[in-house]
Design a protein around this ligand. Structure first.
Ligand code: NAD
Length: 360
């Protein structure tokens, strides 16, 4: 069932995802130990990439740990997932604690998917994977995603102090990845009025938080707002499902091995410009959340302030990839996208995103 914007009837189905969410700035270690204790954890597998190890050492210090695992690769190749599952079995672990970005959370989910082990997630980027029941695995160049209640972390510990070490350009790209969750949640295939409220508040918090981060990259206030917005974004997105934006980024990321967050950042203004004219209610909500008269111009203004990434060419996508990506994107266009899309529209969108020109 889908209650489309402007459908004229308040009839919808909204499913909440059960999860404990702890916002504890500066208190991740205590909160993580408490969440693990509540789950009765005695032999945890702590997953963190090598670059996240120092954060994980501190955060998981109070968790009874049987296995430390740092073999993390973006988009979770199946062989990486298999190694992690083997390590979990060999260590007879009873829970997974992930401390890191979306790649680390994704590996914890891959373990939970086949073992049913509970996850305590401590995110260190704004990717939002910790608040969704979506998993992803990559075989060769093909990434498969799915939805499974087992991969939804039982507890999430949000500690904004952990994100103050993000390089500013990564913080911006990751925050715009979260903004894309909010904007796609306005018209995703299962988008409902509750998702739109969460997404609107998410946009407000993300815009304010990211503006504060570029002014003071290590200041806590900006990261707190951005983390709050990223959580709302992921909750809204998990409920609404992947809209056109995510389908485009999924195809591009998989085919051309593009970095996840910057790809989302580049594509988002183009999808907004495409859909906004046919989605007046979403356009109004996004504009209101950005505090501007118009959503498309408001997002452009935010991008200028953030010096956001603008071009797929700069991210390493080959020019002939534009033609290559059109058909797979068309095949994945979700139902209820506000604007009917055809090959010409997708090609024009990709061309503009590749060149880094203004969205049309
Ligand atoms: P990432 O996890 O790959 O992290 C990017 C880089 O930042 C890594 O080198 C990491 O070690 C480093 N890093 C992480 N936290 C840091 C910190 N606090 N300080 C300094 N460096 C830090 O990137 P990401 O964008 O967080 O996650 C991308 C992955 O997450 C993709 O595979 C994407 O598909 C997945 N994802 C999944 C969902 C979902 O719902 N399943 C949602 C969003 C993203």
């Amino acid at each position: 069932m889908n209650a489309g914007v402007g459908a004229g009837a308040l009839a919808f189905l909204h499913e909440s995802r059960a999860q404990r969410v702890v916002f504890a700035p500066g208190q991740a270690a205590a909160a993580c130990a408490e969440e693990a204790a509540r789950l009765g954890v005695r032999r945890a597998m702590v997953i963190a990439a090598p670059s996240e190890a120092a954060i994980a050492d501190a955060v998981a210090a109070g968790v009874p740990t049987a296995v430390r695992h740092d073999d993390v690769v973006m988009h979770v190749p199946v062989e990486v997932a298999e190694r992690a599952r083997r390590a979990a079995a060999d260590g007879a672990v009873d829970a997974v604690v992930s401390v890191g970005g979306g790649s680390t959370t994704g590996l914890a989910k891959a373990v939970a998917l086949t073992t049913g082990l509970p996850i305590v997630a401590v995110p260190t980027t704004y990717a939002g994977s910790e608040a969704t029941d979506v998993w992803g695995l990559t075989e060769g160049v093909t990434k498969t995603t799915g939805v499974d209640a087992r991969v939804l972390p039982r507890s999430v510990v949000y500690d904004a102090t952990l994100l103050t070490t993000l390089p500013p350009e990564l913080a911006v790209a990751s925050g715009l990845n979260a903004l894309a969750h909010c904007i796609d949640a306005m018209w995703g295939p299962r988008a409902d009025p509750i998702d739109r409220v969460l997404a609107g508040e998410g946009i407000r918090a993300l815009a304010a938080g990211l503006r504060a981060i570029v002014t003071a990259p290590s200041g806590l206030a900006g990261h707190e707002q951005t983390l709050y917005g990223a959580h709302l974004a992921a909750v809204a997105f998990a409920s609404a499902g992947s809209g056109l934006h995510h389908k485009i980024c999924h195809v591009l990321g998989g085919r051309f091995a593009l970095p996840h967050a910057p790809t989302h950042a580049v594509v988002l203004p183009h999808v907004l410009a495409l859909n906004a004219p046919a989605a007046p209610e979403a356009r109004r909500r996004i504009a209101e959340a950005l505090g501007t008269p118009d959503a498309v111009h408001g997002l452009a203004d935010l991008y200028r302030t953030l010096a956001a990434p603008r071009s797929l060419r700069d991210l390493g996508m080959p020019e002939d990839g534009i033609a290559e990506a059109v058909e797979p994107i068309l095949a994945a266009v979700p139902p209820h996208n506000p604007v009917p899309v055809d090959a010409d529209r997708i090609a024009a969108l990709l061309r503009a995103a590749w060149e880094g020109s203004e969205p049309r």
